[in-house]
Design a protein. Structure first.
Length: 474
């Protein structure tokens, strides 16, 4: 614990939803929900107006629609959010060399390392200036917590929401934490919380009263001792500027369960390609390929295979994922598939034997600590469900209407040759409805067009503040 509240935690307020409200004047002050809009989509972020109806992050989208049927439901625009996040992180970087991003909208900052604050008054002044700078730069608000530790700074920022600042004076930790739920302590999730509840421990004060020995008996040496220290307000975790990624993964949830084995295999191969693209984008390679399958009954299976060396070769990853799929029974149907790569490295040391086999459709490696087993002798086409000696038959190209309807996602930006910039309110039955307005304008008018109208095209987002960042991707 520090003697001064020089650890800052910033948490942007309802970030995705707030960015959508700022860019769409007609949605300001109204309930907005951002997330997957399919039958199995989940809420990524809900505006504070939507939260009044009980909508919250990670809620199934169907449940959110029942709670707030009149809210605006939008597809996320991650490139746009990343651009705004970059502006915020740049402001944080001006405060200190030690900035630890936790997500697009959340980060810790070590003000002591930046030499900007040595006491409570200095820390508060820095926090207030940061909030003003974020609003001026992005048009959005963020909540700031200041304390002598990371745990307390995060608790303080939660107390500050929305659009506020809370500073916890060192020495007041026990008084503050005592009546709170034990779930407020980092590392206490639903399972640990329930375990403690059965032992009669529900508040932080009761954790302290139970004592370290009892917690070690209940939770084990490492977890029990750590929990006791946290309950006393002792948190010496440093702000770490670089957080190394442990894995890279992608997954998709399907609106309708997949039963066809060939379709499932093709989806796994597509996910493997996306995973490798993300892996290469992060400058990494990896040794362990992981397949995740959630079946019709919500049971989730994971299978993994460790290669002889790290790879970023899409063929190797794709075929390893295919071999793992062969180990999973998908008879009843599949609702989610995922492919990941772990054991990351910043170099590639390809297994030449695996590469040679990849060229003939054979295996790309063996499981770690397992005896080598020759992969089935398959022709290249058979690995993807296409008979040997035949060229894969591509699916029929979509019609112009199908292509247009897919790209008109609710909330995404468009531009019309006559009406200018706008965003999609909805589409279907060959039509697309657009509201024409821009950040800073008055609420705009609504127009409906044919989905293949040549005057209507997708567009990059406009900046929320003149001269600010947009979601354009180079």
């Amino acid at each position: 614990m520090r003697a001064a509240p020089t650890i800052l935690h910033l948490d942007m307020d309802a970030f995705f939803a707030a960015a959508e409200q700022a860019s769409k004047p007609s949605l300001r002050g109204k309930p907005v929900v951002v997330g997957g809009l399919g039958p199995r989509g989940v809420v990524a972020t809900a505006s504070y107006e939507a939260r009044r109806f009980g909508v919250h992050s990670a809620m199934p989208m169907g449940q959110a629609r029942r709670l707030a049927p009149n809210a605006a439901y939008l597809v996320p625009r991650f490139a746009f959010y990343r651009a705004i996040s970059g502006q915020v992180m740049e402001l944080l970087g001006r405060l200190s060399p030690l900035v630890e991003p936790l997500s697009l909208d959340e980060a810790f900052v070590d003000l002591e390392a930046g030499g900007l604050a040595g006491d409570s008054a200095g820390a508060r002044a820095v926090g207030e200036r940061l909030r003003r700078d974020i609003l001026a730069t992005t048009g959005l608000t963020g909540s700031v917590g200041l304390a002598g530790s990371k745990m307390l700074a995060k608790i303080a920022s939660e107390e500050a929401k929305p659009d506020g600042l809370v500073l916890i004076e060192p020495g007041t930790e026990r008084e503050l934490l005592g009546p709170r739920s034990v779930r407020i302590i980092p590392g206490v999730g639903p399972a640990t919380g329930e375990h403690l509840r059965r032992a009669g421990i529900t508040t932080v004060a009761e954790v302290v009263e139970a004592g370290e020995d009892e917690l070690v008996r209940l939770l084990g040496r490492s977890h029990g001792a750590g929990l006791y220290r946290m309950a006393l307000g002792h948190d010496d975790r440093p702000v770490v500027a670089e957080r190394d990624a442990k894995s890279v993964s992608v997954e998709d949830t399907f609106d309708v369960d997949l039963h066809d084995r060939l379709r499932i295999r093709l989806e796994v191969e597509r996910l493997a390609e996306r995973c490798v693209a993300r892996l290469r984008g992060s400058g990494h390679s990896g040794r362990t390929i992981v397949l995740k399958v959630r079946r019709y009954d919500f049971s989730t299976l994971t299978r993994s295979e460790t290669l002889r060396g790290p790879t970023d070769d899409p063929v190797v990853v794709r075929e390893a994922a295919g071999r793992l799929l062969d180990l999973v029974d998908t008879t009843g149907g599949v609702r989610l598939l995922g492919v990941g790569v772990s054991g990351l490295a910043d170099y590639t040391q390809e297994d030449l034997f695996a590469q040679a086999e990849a060229g003939t459709g054979a295996g790309a490696g063996t499981g770690a600590g397992q005896p080598e087993t020759p992969a089935p002798d398959l022709a290249a086409g058979e690995a993807t469900g296409v008979p040997a000696g035949e060229e894969p038959v591509p699916p029929a190209p979509p019609t112009a209407t199908e292509t247009a309807e897919r790209r008109w996602s609710p909330g995404h930006d468009v531009r019309h040759a006559v009406h200018g910039a706008g965003w999609v309110q909805g589409s279907g039955l060959g039509r697309v409805t657009v509201r024409f307005e821009e950040p800073g304008s008055a609420p705009g008018r609504v127009r409906t067009f044919a989905v293949d109208d040549p005057d209507l095209t997708p567009s990059d987002p406009l900046p929320l503040v003149p001269g600010g960042a947009t979601g354009a991707v180079a």
